[in-house]
Design a protein around this ligand. Sequence first.
Ligand code: NAP
Ligand code: GDD
Length: 418
Amino acid sequence: MPQKVAFITGITGQDGSYLAELLLSKGYQVHGLKRRSSSLNTQRIDHLYQDPHTPNQQFFLHYGDMADSSNLTHLLLKIQPDEVYHLAAQSHVAVSFETPEHTADVVAVGTLRLLEAIRHAGLASKTRFFHAATSELYGLVQSVPQRENTPFYPRSPYAAAKLYAYWITVNYREAQGMFCCNGIMFNHESPRRGETFVTRKISRGLASIALGQQPCLYLGNLDAKRDWGHAKDYMQAAWLMLQQPHAQDLVIATGKQYSVRDFIQSCAQTIGLELSFQGQGLAEVAIITGFNPRFDSNRTPNFSRGQIIVRVDPRYFRPAEVDTLLGDAAQAKQQLGWQPTTDFAQLCQEMMLADLTLAHQERVIKNATLHLAGLCSEPVMQQALGRDAAIDRNAAQEPNNVSAALPQHHNPTGHHHD
Ligand code: NAP
Ligand code: GDD
């Protein structure tokens, strides 16, 4: 069989990285769209990178943007993909209230641009198209659980833009005869989840607290309920959808629902913490009531009984909230033979352990940096850190400010997270 060629938009994101791994493992040639950025945005796929001089290169990255239709058409003409996985999006619901026009441009019109690029490249009958649709379409849910035929009621600029993207995908299937599918995916997480989504904010925050790097985690609506699965499983479903004889739109979900509070409790259990939620509304807090260490002594946690480690901050409330989502993936199970393989407790454990390791590494870097700062003159320290002395001059002079030596995405306070 000839080798299949795939094009992934959003390859640098959580899902894109798992999908690229999956397709490469299946022998695909994989092309990904990446945005130009002033700081590195390829951390999730750096392990897949292949030097252009590698014989038989199978992994390619191309600069582009969902806002640039000529770039997309040019890439489609050049790559001639058998399968397009459209994952690129401004995917943060809270941010979409702040940047509604940009979100609509990238999410809604961006999807149209990509479909048109496939058509203009003469690939309408060859290329199969997967669109990462979302359970956010159900928004103010009209029935429980949500299925393929449940009416949509979007509650954010993000969801409204995804509504257009959903229907334009259906329209290109019906009007242009293209093989186009919507995977109506419920929330899916992993250790690669962006740090401003609630699950990762929790695992990252608890790990930082455990290592004494942060006193408390500030969150918004603890009552929100979601159907949380593992991103790897959801990318398996996306691939299966493009291998079917007919294109269709399917719900991808676990069928189980938990609250934000449950997610905190489950992560806390992983590290042996007993928490009690006390108070109500803005005054609600999570307090440590017991501690039973479950991980190695290198990562000795900094907990004390009675310590408040979660508080509510209204800045993380949304102008319109999606209170509850619960999917029924019976169709996907029946037609794709798909099953989620990671349950809620396993997901929390995987994320928590990965973030503990990360927090531990950061502490080692921080301590080494402080040690160097004490030992060395500033230029020597900068050389040792391999950094530009001019950029980090302030950090070097201020012993408590080690953030410049930490990975760029690190935010130990949790305060600025959405
Ligand atoms: P993510 O981690 O936020 O990744 C989004 C990707 O889109 C990143 O690669 C990002 O590039 C890229 N992107 C953003 N704006 C772009 C633009 N203007 N041009 C080109 N690329 C752009 O999201 P994810 O969790 O992997 O989700 C993947 C897709 O599934 C998204 O469409 C999301 O809306 C949808 N979805 C996600 C979930 C979920 O629970 N994860 C559920 C349902 C649907 P940078 O790395 O440069 O920012
Ligand atoms: N981000 C965030 N930060 N959410 C919080 C916080 C907080 O501090 N505190 C409570 N929440 C609540 C939100 O109000 C929401 O109800 C819930 O936690 C989940 O928020 P997110 O993790 O940001 O995800 P989302 O459900 O809004 O959106 C994600 O899932 C969608 C699928 O349903 C994103 O991945 C979307 O792109 C995706 O379409």
